[in-house]
Design a binder for this molecule. Sequence first.
Ligand code: TYD
Length: 143
Amino acid sequence: MPVPLKVKRCAHIELKQVVDEKDGVLSIAEGSKEVPFEIARVYYIYGLSYPKAQRGLHAHKELEQVILCINGSFKLMLDDGENRQYLYLTDPNHGIYLGPKIWHTMFEFSSDCIILVLASDRYDEADYIRGYDQFIDYTKSLR
Ligand code: TYD
């Protein structure tokens, strides 16, 4: 059982899995099915051999994403402006849904780590909040 999420606007996502015994395993993510939005963009992160590497350190105003660790492992920190939680991702069939306005960081990557991200929209720098204080002010202004 995955750890319960105390951070708002986030959820565990279980992909469809097809196990072909000796011939491997398929994990399947369809838009508006396993993934709770239509997928507009896919990107992946790799080459994470620097032990102190950090990614994320931002929130999005509108964008929704599902973050998956499809190889290796890493830690994901989620912060909704009031609650903060740390997760350890290792399972390629299990992702985390991040709704809008979630400050997140990724760190402690295994050197073979590959992160797959499914996003609800195309890249738009104007949707980013790249300062934590600015993020807190933004979430407070919406309460
Ligand atoms: P960023 O979203 O900060 O990466 P992460 O969340 O993995 O830490 O993006 C890093 C850089 O890459 C930034 O200069 C913007 C650019 N970028 C794009 O051009 N298109 C994209 O779809 C993404 C995700 C990033």
